[in-house]
Write a protein that binds this ligand. Structure first.
Ligand SMILES: [Zn+2]
Length: 489
């Protein structure tokens, strides 16, 4: 009844795709389901990153979340595309085609621009959305999902474009997982393969006639493709396909057929929607640029701080803070591990003992090197990246002093590394009240310089003496101009 209108076309086209299709091995089905599950896991990660992004406190963390979402999105696509390829091979769904397939002339003049377009078969995963295609008329054309295919966008699980692009949509993968039946993907590919075959052979008919034929082809294959579903569910699937065909048949009988191509007015609307879709992609790149700019400003600001007289103090803090930050941010191995944090602080302490040099301001002012033989430079260069990452998440303008205060606050709040905090605090006080001194993390060689002397490079291999007050070194090698008031440990 339903197909009376075009039995000849059906007889000619249906076997072309359906004849070759077959049921795959259980092993192939497991591989397909594994790929789909991996895609679903990436999809969950993508959604989590999107939620994080919406709550991100700064452009930088928004960018990180967004980048994570995009990475997960690519991983999802890689796995879904793999599932599509495996399904196509396992069910033998690849349509026959000439070496250089091209779109044939369609029935509707609205689609005249598609005739002759190169149309390769390459089904892939893709989200629902508007598409842009350059027609054989040289103009850009815009497409959307045909609303007749379902009252809701998720009713459509796949579509074929006039350049042969076949897109399998996310909703189908949800259904496959729910039913544990990869045959649903085979069925969708089989359906689109028929649209594809018509595209490159007879040319596209009315939307309704094409759907009647494709749904009839799907109906014939339900038992072949979906043995995993119960007989009852398979009957439901068949009923749904029959209902769909009946709806298209009713439209066709009422003379209400439509072209599968949008008319120029619809195209204009789709173009606007396509542009909006594209601008969302640009927002990401704007954010990347914004963060890069802010990053550059921040680097310059930090460099300016280093160039000032407080550079040495700043460097000490940078170095210490780096060690501190490394262990006390979520995601670092030491996070939530007091034992590791203690070990970290021990390490920091011995580093400071070996490398910390306190020099009077006048020595610095006399030109005692701005890093000429400064042993901490490379460490600081490494640290600064980490510092920058931390600081740029903070919403207020960056100021070195403010940052140091913040670190200090966090150190105290964390109640870890109290000994180090105490020393740093006393150094800080001494710097602040002017009794003193700038503090410099340095190679031991630097510390042996007196005022006006040339820097002496660390010859290497020599014994590195302690550098802190109370140690046995001669005065020049010790911290001078400052008293910490308490022992190190
Ligand atoms: Zn269809």
């Amino acid at each position: 009844m339903l197909l009376r209108s075009r039995p000849a076309v059906l007889a000619a086209l249906l076997p072309a795709v359906a004849r070759a299709a077959s049921s795959p091995s259980d092993e192939a089905k497991v591989q397909i389901m594994d790929a789909i599950r991996a895609g679903m896991a990436a999809k969950a990660a993508m959604r989590a990153a999107i939620r994080e992004r919406e709550a991100a406190p700064s452009p930088e963390s928004a960018l990180r979340d967004w980048t994570a979402a995009r990475t997960a999105q690519s991983e999802m696509k890689v796995n879904f595309d793999l599932a599509i390829r495996l399904t196509q091979d396992a069910y033998r769904l690849k349509p026959e085609m000439p070496p250089e397939p091209r779109a044939a002339k369609p029935l509707s003049t609205d689609g005249a621009w598609s005739a002759g377009l190169s149309a390769a078969w390459a089904p892939e995963y893709g989200p629902p959305g508007h598409r842009e295609i350059r027609g054989s008329d040289g103009l850009l054309h815009y497409l959307s999902i045909n609303p007749r295919d379902g009252p809701k966008p998720e009713d459509v699980v796949a579509f074929t474009d006039p350049d042969g692009r076949v897109t399998i949509m996310p909703s189908l993968f949800d259904r496959i997982i729910d039913n544990d039946e990869p045959g649903l993907l085979a069925s969708a590919l089989h359906h689109e393969a028929l649209h594809y075959r018509e595209l490159i052979t007879t040319g596209w008919d009315t939307h309704e006639q094409m759907e009647i034929r494709a749904n009839q082809a799907s109906l014939a294959m339900v038992d072949v493709f979906m043995p995993g579903l119960s007989a009852k569910v398979r009957e439901e699937v068949k009923d749904a396909l029959r209902a769909r065909m009946a709806a298209y048949e009713a439209l066709a009988s009422a003379g209400a057929t439509r072209s599968p191509f949008p008319n120029p007015e619809q195209e204009k609307r789709f173009e606007e929607a396509f542009r909006r879709q594209e601008s969302r992609g640009l927002e990401y790149h704007d954010l990347v640029r914004h963060v890069e700019r802010r990053d550059r400003d921040l680097r310059e600001s930090l460099e300016a701080s280093r160039r000032g007289l407080r550079w040495a103090k700043f460097n000490l803090w940078t170095l210490n803070s780096c060690v501190y930050i490394e262990g006390t941010t979520p995601g670092s191995p030491e996070w939530g591990r007091p034992d590791l944090i203690r070990a970290r602080d021990q390490k920091l302490q011995s580093y400071l003992r070996g490398n910390l040099v306190v020099l009077p301001s006048d020595e610095i002012d006399a030109g005692l090197a701005r890093g000429d033989t400064y042993g901490g430079d490379s460490a600081i260069a490494r640290c600064q990246d980490r510092m920058i990452r931390m600081i740029r998440d903070l919403p207020s303008p960056v100021d070195a002093d403010w940052m140091m205060d913040r670190i200090e606050y966090e150190r105290r709040g964390g109640r870890t590394g109290e000994i180090i905090s105490g020393v740093i605090e006393s150094v800080r006080r001494a710097v602040a009240d002017g009794t003193a001194a700038l503090v410099k993390a340095a190679s031991p060689g630097v510390a042996t310089r007196g005022p006006g002397e040339q820097p002496v490079r660390d010859p290497g291999g020599g014994e590195r003496g302690p550098r802190m007050p109370g140690d046995y070194n001669p005065p020049r090698d010790q911290a001078r101009g400052i008293s910490t008031g308490k022992p190190w440990d």
